[in-house]
Design a binder for this molecule. Sequence first.
Ligand SMILES: Cc1ncc(COP(=O)(O)O)c(C=O)c1O
Length: 391
Amino acid sequence: MSFSFIQAQLAKQQALNLYRTRKVLDKGTGRLLIHQGVKYINFSSNDYLGLSQHPDIKSAYIKGIEQYGCGSGSSSLVTGYSKAHQELEELIADWQQAPKCLLFSTGFSANSGVLSTLGQNTNTGFYLDKLSHASLIDGAFNSRAKSKRFKHNDINQLNEMLSNSNSIDKLIIAEGVYSMDGDTGNLSGLNDAALKHQANLYIDDAHGVGVLGNNGQGTFSQQGIEKGSHLIQMITFGKALATQGAAVTGSEEFIDYLVNRCRDYIYSTAMPAANALATIASIKLCHSERWRREKISKLTNLFKSKLDECIEITDSESSIIGILTGSEESALFCQQQLKNNGFWLTAIRPPTVENGKSRLRVTITSNHNDNDISELANRINEVIGKCLQNK
Ligand SMILES: Cc1ncc(COP(=O)(O)O)c(C=O)c1O
């Protein structure tokens, strides 16, 4: 085929240990993952609350299919918007104490769609945390706004950028919980900066929602920050909520504007109504099964306490813990050794993380038990300890 760079770039990925492949799984959600008939304890999934096999969510999905059929049939602006979608939007607005909510089929599309819709003018400034997700970076840098990145959680640098900015409209963009380090955004610092400089604040809480806050509302609730009209929040359903899709919350006028102008929303088939009903069931479980969040936090503390001192981990404040291995090669080696011992973890390599910061990403869920955690920590101590000795 033409596009001669394809072959060269694939060869380069391979030479740098950055080549990606997919594994065909017999089962990929829940405590056990099955690959080629072999069972592994799954420490790779974002199913933080362990809800992906929950009977209430499955039955809501099935009932939804019986009532509405499998797909939604069209965009929300044509015939794709049902009572199920409306009910979910209202439930989320209430849960998140936000004026209004809009559903998207994926979090990626919500982020890139909203940012490209807001970034229509060169007199708009976007200020992104350095560790922002690819969908935020794509949305911002593909728009007409002037986009700049500040050092991770560095509120001083952000304030400096905002002070020097001559943009008319300003939007600060950051995350609640960072997916590769597991640390949280300094939402109170970001919020203060937004108020001081008359900027708006966009928080992607894909990894905070469900897991943090009394009723799983996410990072804002956990950090006790009151939500103002300058705030836009994005939450996803494919992680702790165990379904699929995303929601954006904000002022009534802002959401109406997205309905009228956001191309990702207007020109895309709405999520299936059954998925909306399943997500409603999932949010109800976030309220009623608080023990899941308590268990995650207990297991996470247990895991950290069992790791040897020589094991370097990220500054995690959530159930995502990065075990730093340095090179891409050691990350892949450790991943394979742990797999040989019955544990499924994913090696995370550049460009997902910085060069030299490759890691194993451990996600602890409420489906795990004390024994899973102790055994994993023991194997990591052994495998990474040996790697360090050989350096
Ligand atoms: C921080 C963050 N934002 C957005 C997304 C995209 O969400 P979705 O998987 O629903 O497209 C992800 C998923 O990887 C994510 O980690």
